[in-house]
Write a protein that binds this ligand. Structure first.
Ligand code: EPU
Length: 419
């Protein structure tokens, strides 16, 4: 199993390009399932473990795909879809596989998907997905860890989500584009990746309005043309590089980052004393000395992203003063706290709240990544920690950050991957 070896305490300087967004690429690749004839072309797809897992699930369903790694382009042909099952071995690798539910119900009228189960950040039920498809005329039976859905055909309905679900909204959008009639999603997720999915489908002939707001309206159409779309830049990766600049007292420019997708994050960094500049092509973060403390509550978009909670916690751990971070999206997303403590961070958690007493220096230690974003937070903390650190279970980080060590090295980080 690969490890990262990091010698911390060095300023990062320079610029780095941002990749396509994993959480937009996944639903857009899966949306190709909806296309009955012709080849879909998806560009700006990052070369990540999760993307390969997604292509494996699609392959299992009978979709032919090819990933041109040199050009970050995936071509997909779903004309000979011959299965409606996503098996446990595949869904277990990546829970976003559950997104095939909507397209399969829409195209084949049935889907048998392994229930995703919990993961390192919480129990993560799928009740909102199920409730939405029920409202659209589907019925479900659970058996042996699988959810068998049938719908002949899916029909439009008004869906009231109890809470905004990111992939829940995407799943319903994909089910609704080929359903009969109009579907309205009330309390929809407003995340930029949801909007990117909507734009990719609209370009293929879908009738969708209101994405980016809490109410999305989809008018079913008979068929879609093949998708031809370039995935949006990854806001989470962009923010991770920006925080890498700030935590090392350096200055990092992320080329291709979109400031609009990072509104509250940039504003919080700026409140912490990080100098932020954005242009149409890039965002830059720089700071001399230590950042100031802050108060953060994670919340669905446009709130502060839960996916950046570990990263911002790393930054607050070296801030001047005491910060408070509340996690309201997932019930169990503080696994990185004990690892950061091994690096000398002073963090106390009570329930969903972490109090972080900033220290002047972190110091190198061996730590373990528990999920993609906790792993990225640990990389950041180790970049700031003086001396040598080792991060194990790097495969978690590889699920969401492409060759992060090479890209950090290009900014002056001393990080190597050891097999
Ligand atoms: N929830 C329910 N019932 C549901 C669906 C969600 O109770 O049917 C709860 C969840 O348990 C959680 C909250 O609602 O407490 C929000 O979950 P959401 O459904 O929005 O999360 P998701 O769609 O499963 C996506 C991202 C996650 C990201 C969250 C929150 C993808 C593939 N995944 O997950 O990304 O943390 O939204 O923004 O888009 C990651 O990339 O590392 C990652 C975990």
């Amino acid at each position: 199993m690969d490890e990262f070896h990091i010698e911390g305490g060095f300023r990062l300087e320079g610029d780095v390009p941002v990749n396509g967004a994993k959480n937009a690429a996944l639903p857009i690749l899966i949306a190709a399932l909806l296309v009955e004839e012709g080849e879909s072309v998806i560009r700006n797809v990052p070369d990540l473990r999760d993307i390969h897992s997604c292509l494996e699930v699609l392959g299992h369903l009978g979709v032919e795909s090819e990933f041109d790694l040199e050009h970050s382009t995936v071509t997909l042909d779903a004309s000979s879809l011959d299965s409606f099952e996503a098996p446990y071995e595949l869904v277990q690798k990546m829970r976003a596989s559950f997104l095939v539910m909507g397209p399969l119900l829409a195209r084949l009228g049935q889907a048998r998907i392994s229930l995703p189960g919990g993961c390192a950040i919480g129990s993560r039920p799928v009740d909102q997905h199920r409730k939405a498809f029920r409202a659209m005329g589907a019925s479900f039976e659970d058996e042996g860890g699988y959810m068998l859905g049938t719908a002949k055909p899916l029909s439009g309905a008004t869906i009231f989500f109890d809470r905004p679900s990111h992939t829940g909204t995407e799943n319903v959008i994909m089910g609704a584009v080929l359903a009969e009639g109009t579907t309205t999603i009330v309390n929809a997720a407003c995340d930029p990746e949801v909007s990117d999915l909507a734009r990719s489908l609209r370009a293929a002939g879908a009738n969708i309005a209101g994405e980016g707001s809490t109410e999305i309206i989809i008018e079913g159409v008979k068929r879609l043309q093949p998708l031809d779309y370039a995935v949006m830049p990854d806001r989470l990766e962009a923010a991770t590089f920006l925080i890498a600049g700030a935590i090392t007292g350096g200055r990092v420019t992320v080329r291709g980052a979109r400031a609009n997708d990072l509104g509250l994050v940039l504003s919080k960094l700026s409140e912490m004393g990080v100098e932020m500049t954005s242009t149409a092509e890039s965002v830059t973060a720089g700071i001399d000395g230590r950042p100031e403390s802050t108060v953060i509550t994670t919340y669905p978009f446009p709130g502060f992203p839960t996916d950046l909670q570990a990263a911002i916690m790393a930054l607050t751990s070296v801030a001047e003063g005491t910060s408070v971070i509340r996690e309201t999206v997932f019930e169990d997303r503080f696994l990185h706290v004990a690892e950061m403590a091994r690096l000398g961070a002073e963090i106390r958690t009570v329930g969903d709240e972490a109090t972080v007493i900033g220290v002047e220096h972190l110091s190198g230690a061996s730590v373990m990544a528990s999920d993609i974003r906790a792993g990225a937070g640990l990389v950041l903390a180790c970049l700031a920690a003086e001396g040598e650190s080792v991060i194990t279970r790097v495969y978690h980080i590889d699920r969401g950050h492409e060759r992060v060590e090479e890209r950090l090295r290009s900014l002056g980080a001393r990080i190597t991957r050891e097999g």
